[in-house]
Design a protein around this ligand. Structure first.
Ligand code: FE2
Length: 344
């Protein structure tokens, strides 16, 4: 595995690929079984996809863990790191299921803290533990913010502020930041916390010439909007599960001014994208056979145009250019294990 990391901060990791472009393979919704043999089969497929497409980095956008005890999550993360992490470093965006603890104790956030700490210690995982940092960030205390108060209510248990950090990608010479890559926790129903949006605005705003992309699990409302308005191209075989979001996240991202694209998962059988207010909202391609909707599992449904899709990944290429980061560009394409591609 190439050594990319040059710096670590309280909320960020800086990487220097030393190449004119960075290829990121997004994999999503693996829904590991938590049985060694089946999970090894899936993770070897991810490893082979990363190798075939020459990925410098693998971005896992959540719903990874099959069994959500702290021990089982750590085992799965270790397996991911031992197989995929051997060929490329990886990031992890929490999915909604990943946060549904099987045996929540009196301090469920503390249990997820333990998983965060474990991820941060894995040699191949680019991860920053940060719940307390985000909870202390600028913004109204959770108890004064009706949105967050509701999210954190025991009946919702959607208040986890961990899983949000920034990967700064240096230009080819390693002299300047070429891209900001935000790894975010969209939780289940309440999407990004207010304080996390404030933190993003500060980080993205520190140099607006630096373009930004985001990886998170649950689509925001605009994934629905772009399809309804005819702005999107690609495959849509199920409704967009934007949960409670109705534009709050988009308004914040738009105001930052330099968010170029977002990449999500969650809805397994959708793979489309469209641009709204300068932001390219992109679905990833479901990876591996776990959960519903994989092609190999239900070919009859696919033939009928139903709830199934051929599994693969999304390859995102970022140009790392020279001295002016605002000149950097990106592209994305769906990729498969047999070497073929599909462009939405
Ligand atoms: Fe999900």
């Amino acid at each position: 595995m190439p050594r990319l990391v040059v710096n670590r901060g309280v909320d960020s990791i800086q990487i220097a690929p030393g190449s004119p472009e960075l290829r990121v393979l997004q994999v999503t919704d693996l829904h590991l079984a938590s049985f060694g043999l089946i999970d090894r089969f899936c993770l070897r497929a991810v490893r082979d996809l990363a190798t075939k497409w020459g990925a410098h980095l693998v971005a896992c956008t959540g719903d990874l863990f099959g069994l959500r005890t702290v021990d089982a999550m750590e085992r799965s993360a270790r397996l991911f790191d031992g197989i995929v992490g051997k060929v490329a470093p990886w990031t992890f965006s929490w999915g909604n299921h990943d946060q549904e603890l099987r045996r929540p104790g009196p301090d469920p956030a503390g249990q997820l803290d333990a998983v965060e700490a474990y991820l941060a210690r894995l040699p191949g995982c680019l991860y920053v533990q940060g719940r307390r940092y985000m909870e202390a960030y600028r913004g109204p205390p959770v108890t004064d913010d009706p949105w967050e108060r509701d999210a954190a209510a025991p009946e919702h248990w959607d208040g986890f502020h961990g899983g949000n950090y920034l990967v700064e990608v240096m230009n080819e010479k390693g002299t300047k930041v070429a891209w900001n890559v935000f790894i975010l926790n969209s939780r289940r129903a309440y999407h990004l916390p207010t304080k996390v949006l404030n933190w993003m605005a500060d980080r993205a705003g520190s140099d607006r010439r630096v373009p930004c992309i985001c990886f998170y699990h649950v689509p925001n409302h605009e994934y629905h909007v772009i399809w309804e308005r005819g702005l999107a191209r690609g495959i849509k075989r199920e409704g967009v599960c934007f949960e409670r979001d109705r534009g709050r996240v988009h308004q914040a991202l738009k105001a930052m001014g330099n968010i170029k694209a977002c990449f999500v998962g969650h809805d397994h059988v959708n793979d489309y994208h469209g641009v709204l207010d300068g932001i390219d909202y992109v679905y990833g391609r479901k990876t591996c056979l776990g959960g519903y909707g994989s092609y190999k599992k239900v070919p009859k449904q696919l033939e009928a145009g139903g709830k199934a899709i051929r599994v693969g990944g999304k390859l995102i290429t970022l140009s790392l250019g020279g001295d002016d980061p605002s000149a950097n560009r990106f592209s994305h394409v769906t990729v498969f294990a047999d070497g073929t591609t599909w462009q939405p």
